[in-house]
Design a protein around this ligand. Sequence first.
Ligand SMILES: *Cc1c(COP(=O)(O)O)cnc(C)c1O
Length: 381
Amino acid sequence: MRPKTKLIHAGIVGDPHTGAVSVPIYQVSTYEQEAVGVHKGYEYSRTGNPTRHALEEVIKELEDGVRGFAFSSGMAAIHAAMSLLKSGDHVILTDDVYGGTYRIFTKVLHRLGIESTFVDTTSLQALQQALQSNTKAIYVETPTNPLLKVTDIAAVAKWSKANELLFIVDNTFSTPYWQTPLALGADIVLHSATKYIGGHSDVVAGLAVVNSEQLGEELHFIQNAIGAVLGPMDSWLLMRGLKTLGLRMEAQERNAEQIVAFLNQHPAVSKVNYPGLSDHPQHTLASTQARGFGGMVSFDVGGSAKVDEVLSKVRYFTLAESLGAVESLISVPARMTHASIPYERRQELGITDGLIRISIGIEDAQDLIEDLTSALSESGL
Ligand SMILES: *Cc1c(COP(=O)(O)O)cnc(C)c1O
């Protein structure tokens, strides 16, 4: 099955009992047992729910994995994956990971005895230097947020295997439509499905897919034991969102291409970060590792005063956290998504006060470009 067909036909389709073309929303917590332990596969909805199961099947197939899991948020999925580790273990992470990921590692997992080191995972040398005798996992986000740095998944997978580590990839920015990390050697793929997979800014959710039955058993144990599961209605909304994922990803990338070309020649913009640009440091890798460059772009306008001016002028870019939905969003990483990262650390990473991040929607590109043209102009047109 080719990707766009997979989005429609993978997993569990419809309802065999009624012929309904859409998987029903099984709004139920418990299931009748004919005798103790004799049931039709479901006992209690924290352990398993048919609507959630249908979603877990489709994401498993889309990511080319062995078993899928749906959680109540991206952070809950990350927390579940990290619960595979124990006190005393060490994790190496990409240095400009999502702010919430940085926070759970430094403020929560740290208290539980899980150590972390943040390095530039685009450099195998940096990985090697960060390796400790208690290192158990490597956690990569690629492309990163907000600088769109690209890590070589296949190369890290090889290094990870050689060192017997668990290799986890946050695939939120690319989605399985553009990139399938398990096929490149990763062990676990995580998603904030709140973003592109949901795609309509109407649900908070997380997904995880593993590459082996054993990891599947372990993660299901954790999902059921901790209990941060996705409800049936939200599971259904994600399945609905997934059907148009291909169309949306293609449209967002076409818009991104035009907007990036516009920003790149604009005198008020000092730097544009986008993996599709030929001067992006990992452009060649991005072109081969993924099937598309995505719809996330960041650019520098010099300082916070100019940022505020742009924000006050845009009409079609909504100032909001989050990304990946049909409507274009604009944000200021230093003061929003990455505010939980200390100032000095942000400067080291290049998350400057003048950096603007845009998540490009499916509007007409010409309207978006006109919006940015007036927002960036000196005259305040
Ligand atoms: C938003 C996001 C998360 C966290 O997901 P939530 O659904 O907000 O809990 C994790 N990773 C990335 C890359 C994100 O963008």
